[in-house]
Design a protein around this ligand. Sequence first.
Ligand SMILES: Cc1ncc(C[n+]2csc(CCOP(=O)(O)OP(=O)(O)O)c2C)c(N)n1
Ligand SMILES: [Mg+2]
Length: 1008
Amino acid sequence: MHRAHTAFSLALSPMAHKNFATWLLKSSSSQQMAKVTAAAAVRTYNSAAAEPFANGSTASYVEEMYNAWLRDPTSVHTSWDAYFRSNSYVSPPNLAPVQANTLPLTAFNFGGAVAGAAPDSKTIDDHLAVQAIIRSYQIRGHNIAHLDPLEINTPELPGNSSTKSIYANFSFGEQDMDRQFKLPSTTFIGGDEASLPLKEILNRLENVYCNKIGVEFMFINSLEQCNWIRKRFETPGVLNFSPEEKRLILARLTRATGFEAFLAKKYSSEKRFGLEGCEIMIPALKEIIDVSTELGVESVIMGMPHRGRLNTLANVCRKPLNQIFTQFAGLEAADDGSGDVKYHLGTYIERLNRVTNKNIRLAVVANPSHLEAVDPVVQGKTRAEQFYRGDQEGKKVMSILIHGDAAFCGQGVVYETMHLSDLPDYTTHGTIHVVANNQIGFTTDPRFSRSSPYCTDVARVVNAPIFHVNADDPEAVMHVCKVAAEWRATFHKDCVIDLVGYRRNGHNEIDEPMFTQPLMYQKIRKHKNCLDLYADKLIAEGTVTGEEVKSVAAKYENICEEAFALAKTETHVKYKDWLDSPWSGFFEGKDPLKVAPTGVKEETLIHIGNRFSSPPPNAAEFVIHKGLLRVLAARKAMVDEKVADWALGEAMAFGSLLKEGIHVRLSGQDVERGTFSHRHHVLHHQLVDKATYNSLQHMYPDQAPYSVSNSSLSEYAVLGFEHGYSMTNPNALVLWEAQFGDFSNTAQSIIDQFISSGQSKWVRQSGLVMLLPHGMEGMGPEHSSCRVERFLQMSSDDPDYFPPESDEFGVRQLHDINWIVANCTTPANYYHILRRQIALPFRKPLILCTPKSLLRHPEAKSPFSEMSEGSEFQRIIPDNGPAGQNASNVKKVVFCSGRVYYDLTKTRKEKQLESDIAIVRVEQISPFPFDLVKEQANLYKNAELVWAQEEHKNQGSWTYVQPRFLTALNHSRDVSYVGRACGASTATGSKAQHIRELNALLNDAIST
Ligand SMILES: Cc1ncc(C[n+]2csc(CCOP(=O)(O)OP(=O)(O)O)c2C)c(N)n1
Ligand SMILES: [Mg+2]
């Protein structure tokens, strides 16, 4: 509150307003005044300057003085003249877009002055003071609005907390109250009136800004948007609702309240995270959806936490009540998976919106307990839906995110997600955020859970207007919702509705809130619920009768009872009933164990290779960096030789999928060039800003779209976003690349809660690919390991179970596991594993350790023959050299995974042990290739078996592969470990130690 206090005082300080007139008037002669006005009128300045109070300082007034002085030094007071002549003033940099505007002086059409005569200085002072008051209300009114139904949170303003403080410092007395003041163009409180008595001005401002709505918007750096908001709230009569509208609100509120009451009655000992105290959220969401539908939206994707979720499913999505009630019955599931608790489940519904008579799709995305983790997932899903519908401006598909007050300000992913909101490849063209602000988080109240005045302050960073509203005033809430929906439809930017209510019960229904919030709960116990308050109001004003209120409630209770009876007849729950992203037609008619071939015609590879190595068609005008010309030439040479390096192999996979109509989207930090400068998918004209060429977008005239996007510097939000994107359509290859694999752990909850376990919990599949640069190359602890051990630990294949061997062994394993973990050593295998993601008849996430130094390793190349028709992904790459050809002589088999293979082969060659030691690469680590490991071991019957890895013993693949090796070998042979000792850190920071460790492991592994 301190910051608010300071700015408020500045805006209202007597100095600030008293000096306006003297600044502007050197003398009161009309001639001088005309001069000033003329000088000012031609001036253009940015929108922030147009709102001098917006920054709460006088800086922009000084700037105005300075500009006027520049044009005509005599137009300002001599003191300013002296000041500017002394060069003491440095004009501030002007970063905001310049807009033509007129000085607020045009508003100084002094209502009280005699026509033709120059206004005296007091008149000017008073008018400026009134303007200052208006601005103060617009800027600070929300601080003293009546937002809290419990009236616990008193406004923290200096001295006294009464609304009078807004204008107390201005020297108006009772005698001024009837004086008429001209209204400036920055207010709409007058309606059709150009001027109003001071009393009326204050009354209207009071009503607009300090009543049950607190609008926080004056920080927005756009005059147009500020005016748009002012108009929506200030125009007289905006809060008038028709009797029909009021009845609709009442009916919706009755259902929202009745639903919780019904659950409380029937399942009194069950946790449901009820909405009591903020039931208005249900009519609020419905209003947002109604208005948005009216404005063209056809699909709404929602993300929300536990609180009020069941109510939302029932009353917003209209999920059949019996399906919801069945969740309380503790029934067995009819389908596979481990399921989730009822207040996490998602849903997808297509239905008629009765108010707008339009068809609408509603999805609530399933989410884990991890608060706010679903936010970026919803955004990615929304973006994908917009993309597939060709909805480039977000007119048809929109997202709504619902938050708790404590989580909204506490969880960093909210901020990360907000920062995606205006990025070209991530925007969803405006999200409406609704905060179910019950002024508590579990047992912690806001005084101890945040350092910002509001829980919504995070939204200010993206210039989102914030509409605070008292949740006990349904009509104020509906108005705010209407404005929010219109805001989104008009500006396609985020906005926030802060529904300030309370929590009638404990955190869940079994909790005792009086342990920790005794005073708050004493108040709550005495507080009537919102429905009763509103019903009383409507009865008192004659809109409805008491009987009507009762009958609406009784009707809903009947509906609940019928559904309850129906739910009792169910014997099983079906997870599929709760799917948030159905893939209609994808699974039907498919052999669930048949993988399409991943090799393609050689001519396709050549075509893609040629395109990928060519400059744009208008190459003569498009100036390419010399270094990139060399890259392109090297690529062309490879195509001519029919070999591919890593980047070319990847391009072959992408290009061939695009040719087949599969949309490919690659996203992550610096992915366009690639962290290691190997990819270069986007060529930049060296002389023209934003002129780029992306050859993968121009492979074939009828190809699918390719998108590659450098992301914001976030892992949590961006990985979540891409996961959400991948959920929407199975026929797309969606890849997220970490800058270095290590950084993926900042997105750990997306990995744990969604990617690893999403299918099991929510019967929802995803073919997302995570590309994680990995390898111990002496780059220190944080640029070495993607922590593959963690992914492997979460793999769900049983270490002790060797599945039945059959032709379908590999695909069945893929079908049964939660995800795939691999570390490919050749471009061809990388190419195949990417294509296999789409060739599979189902979708599984793919966690791929990707190389760094191998990107340029002369041996890490693949001939086209390994990518063309007839070739396929190799789960294991056997030894093809002298050892493999004469297996019975081999003394030792070194199994390994990843880039260490190249170090091992080099050492083996140096030691001339190529016939004695076989090196076998395990490319797909999980699901573990039991069958192929067994086959390899059988091949080398007399050999010692070792697993060599460059990661520390407690890291890397060892702990995963060891028990599985034993299972594959039927415990008849042993496999020993070669590699670094256990370590707390992933890698040493010392180059010398790194080399020492590497040499030790190579010597150990390559010795007989
Ligand atoms: C990331 C995360 N941390 C902690 C929790 C445990 N937790 C569950 S609800 C809750 C309080 C949430 O408060 P708020 O966001 O205000 O929502 P409310 O329950 O009040 O509706 C906490 C801390 C969680 N679910 N997720
Ligand atoms: Mg809360």
